[in-house]
Design a protein around this ligand. Sequence first.
Ligand code: AP5
Ligand code: MG
Length: 219
Amino acid sequence: MRIVLVGPPGAGKGTQAAYLAKNLSIPHISTGDLFRANISQGTPLGKQAKQFIDGGELVPDEVTIGMARDRMTQSDAVNGFLLDGFPRNVTQAKALDASLGADGLALDAVLDLEVPEDEVVKRIAGRRICRNDSAHVFHVSYNPPKTEGVCDVCGGELYQRPDDDEETVRKRLEVYHRETEPIIDHYRGQGLVVTISALGKVTDVTERAMEALKRDAAA
Ligand code: AP5
Ligand code: MG
């Protein structure tokens, strides 16, 4: 399956993607995680992306589209993938449609996670991620690690993302409404959008998502 996960910052895309990718046996591809790995390794791409990420702005399409395409053409993604954070504007969506179309492929679904803004603010304020891998995600009250400040998965140090401060979160939400929400209409026109509520326990949301994807595939 080829699935795009969409939703505001802090909706739980990364959290859900980890479970859904495992259930569906497809790789979880997060452009945010790819950028953060490049930043922590000090690569030229990371240096280019950092100023945009720290300011809550989108990294330019010229950089992002190439990076996402490279990752999607790796061998583990031949039978599908779960995209988290890409595409993030209509230009990226059209580039993705074109590159899949050129290979005779298409998306199967766009899973839209709906969460009220006051909840995403709470989720982001308490989020802690691992220095070794930003896909290892915790929350100080909703999903606390066994030992405070230590990643349950790999023992790495947990920290708060630099773009999770209040002012940058406000900016990211504004960018989401302006740039990213229009991709939902773009894909609604293709009959691909499946919307679910992402409120409630993480496992309940995963179950809801799996049911919705199954219903969509059967329709
Ligand atoms: P990215 O890393 O994609 O950030 P985002 O879209 O803002 O989303 P988040 O990662 O903040 O939230 P999430 O939905 O993954 O939530 P999570 O699962 O962690 O992008 C960062 C930046 O990179 C962008 O601003 C941009 O600069 C750049 N970028 C990335 N992709 C780009 C692109 N395509 N083009 C251009 N630029 C790009 O959950 C949040 C918290 O809530 C966690 O603490 C979690 O434990 C908790 N939680 C999750 N689910 C639940 C639940 N059900 N109940 C209670 N708590 C929960
Ligand atoms: Mg994320």
